[in-house]
Design a binder for this molecule. Structure first.
Ligand code: TEU
Ligand code: CA
Length: 556
């Protein structure tokens, strides 16, 4: 698995870059990103030649009908021919490792595709070898017209009942997501064995860690009780229930330990669980050494210093000094950070766009925790509008007033590499439209521009590698966001840093703590990594949306 000289705690100091494989780089002109495309662009991610990230996380690369962008897996042990071959994958791991980059796979353990061999078998009868591998229940009865009634009131996150009727077995099966994504039965020991075999297989191929899709939903209550009433007037039916019985069951922790035991056979093995609909407190409770958790409370905050300060205070309280959080501002399910934050500002021009992107980069890369950087954020990629007719995302296709849903295609648009037609992403027709500004906002253009969003990312990533106060240090809030300025201190081993972010469009003054401070990074400077002779004390003047990192100068 991991090369022996790698720091076994790399996941603590490192930065993980998320790739949505269909949208990163297309090597064969079919318009869909693939593994050879990723290999071609590893230099963009590597130290010395590019951003300098420590690991890359690939959203699912397995064979899939593609109804949920690959999260409907039909074989967890193979590579989707659309994305490449197993040999391509092995080459990707070798090429990434050669550049000091670890590879993290996405494990979808909660459900499979309905065309997965296990489910095809399972639904064929009530007494086949896989009969109990999925969650089958008898109907609660039949209505006046003879239609079967679902076993309880559980809902699909993607809309409608979580139960689908199977005419062959004359039973319902559970699907927390699409009907084509049946939930596995984690109360069946054979499911554990089969899934752990999958994990061992990838581990032995040199994979350095795993992201666990919706890991807290793996176990459901064995009593199958209906969920009680939630928020009575919530617009989403899902929110009108309290999800007491369909996720977050007590014995999940033991299941997590079972999984970790397999990873722990190899030093440095890492996992991160995606908390499905949970809070910071829950995220902290599931965190283990080597196992981090994505909670999305920080991501849910709007562009407001007070909101960030409140959430940071909450994270620090819940995680405490001993548990390590993640920092996530964007991913393949959410509106991209710049577009999301700009909605709260009155100015939307290109300059404001870049300022927000850079200030967000400062937060992502200097808060306490392991940052997850979503592809495209490093060039300030915005959401790309997609019409209903072109929409791929299945819940977005059924969206309505009674089922509100954000169109996830908008944050999955192809990566613009150059200003050429096809943006260097493809020579064919891209599977989703390119950003309208791809001709000017692309990796090649930004690489040559010291004022670009990408230059800011490179500067911050280099700073992070150099300063243990950022990668390992403690965090202390210095404001609660008064006047829309956020400030926090990061300390480690006598090193004291200040991060100050002006969330406002207008200038702000901010009183510095006693001492003399030297700017290390300034999001608005021509060359953002200022390492000059400037010294600051007493007061800091910040322009609109400016973000700075300062270091205390030892009193001479
Ligand atoms: O997402 C689960 C999911 O829907 C939540 O993370 C949700 O976005 C969050 O709680 C905020 O409401 C995962 C994958 O990331 C997603 O792409 C898949 O569609 C889904 O699981 C099903 O596999
Ligand atoms: Ca391709």
């Amino acid at each position: 698995m991991t090369a022996e000289n790698w720091d076994p705690e790399w996941w603590r100091s490192g930065v993980v870059y998320q790739i949505y494989p269909r949208s990163f780089a297309d090597s064969n002109g079919d318009g869909i990103g693939d593994l050879p495309g990723i290999i071609d662009h590893l230099d963009h991610l590597a130290h010395e030649t590019g951003l300098g990230v420590d690991a890359l996380w690939l959203s699912p690369i397995y064979p899939s009908p593609g109804l949920d962008g690959g999260y409907d897996v039909s074989d967890h042990t193979a590579v989707d021919p659309l994305l490449g071959t197993m040999a391509d994958f092995e080459r990707l791991v070798a090429e990434a490792h050669r550049r000091g980059i670890r590879v993290i796979l996405d494990l979808v353990l909660n459900h499979t595709s309905d065309v997965h061999a296990w489910f095809v078998d399972s639904r064929s009868s009530r007494d086949n070898p896989h009969a109990n591998w999925f969650i089958w229940r008898d109907p609660a009865g039949y209505d006046d017209e003879g239609r079967p009634k679902p076993p309880n009131n559980w809902l699909s996150f993607f809309g409608g009942s979580a139960w689908a009727w199977d005419p062959t077995r004359r039973q319902f099966y559970l699907h927390t997501f699409l009907p084509q994504q049946p939930d596995l039965n984690w109360r069946e020991p054979a499911v554990h064995e089969a899934q752990w075999e999958v994990v061992r297989g990838w581990r032995d191929k040199g994979v350095d860690g795993f992201r666990l899709d919706v890991f807290n939903a793996l176990l459901k209550s064995s009593t199958f009780e209906s969920n009680p009433q939630g928020r009575r007037f919530a617009r989403r039916p899902w929110d009108r229930q309290k999800h007491l019985f369909d996720k977050d069951q007590r014995d999940l922790v033991a299941l997590l330990e079972e999984f970790r035991a397999i990873l722990d056979e190899v030093p440095g093995a890492f996992s991160v669980g995606e908390l499905f609909e949970g809070t910071t407190a829950q995220g902290a409770a599931y965190t283990r050494p080597g196992h981090l958790v994505f909670d999305f409370d920080l991501l849910a905050r709007t562009w407001d210093a007070r909101e960030f300060a409140e959430e940071i205070a909450d994270r620090e309280k819940e995680f405490g000094p001993d548990r390590w959080p993640t920092v996530v501002l964007s991913n393949h399910d959410q509106s991209r950070q710049v577009s999301r934050y700009l909605r709260h500002l009155d100015k939307h021009d290109g300059d404001t766009h870049d300022r927000v992107a850079k200030a967000a980069a400062v937060l992502l890369l200097t808060l306490r925790g392991t940052p997850f950087l979503y592809y495209g954020e490093e060039i300030g990629l915005p959401d790309v509008k997609i019409g209903k007719a072109e929409t791929v995302d299945p819940p977005a296709r059924r969206a309505s007033w009674t089922f509100p849903w954000w169109n996830r295609d908008q944050c999955r648009s192809p990566m613009p590499w150059t200003g050429a037609p096809g943006a260097g992403f493809t020579t064919g027709r891209p599977w989703l439209p390119l950003a309208p500004d791809a001709r000017t906002r692309n990796v090649a253009a930004e690489a040559g521009d010291p004022r670009s969003v990408m230059a800011a990312y490179c500067g911050l990533l280099a700073l992070r590698r150099r300063l243990r106060a950022i990668s390992h240090g403690s965090l202390r809030l210095l404001t609660m966001g008064e006047h829309n300025v956020l400030a926090y201190e990061r300390d480690a081993e006598g090193q004291r840093l200040l991060v100050v972010v002006n969330f406002a469009l207008r200038q702000r003054r901010w009183s510095l703590p006693t001492g003399t401070w030297r700017p290390l990074f300034d999001s608005l400077a021509v060359d953002a990594s200022t390492d000059g002779d400037a010294r600051l004390s007493v007061e800091l003047r910040l322009n609109g949306l400016q973000a700075v990192v300062l270091e205390e100068v030892a009193p001479s």
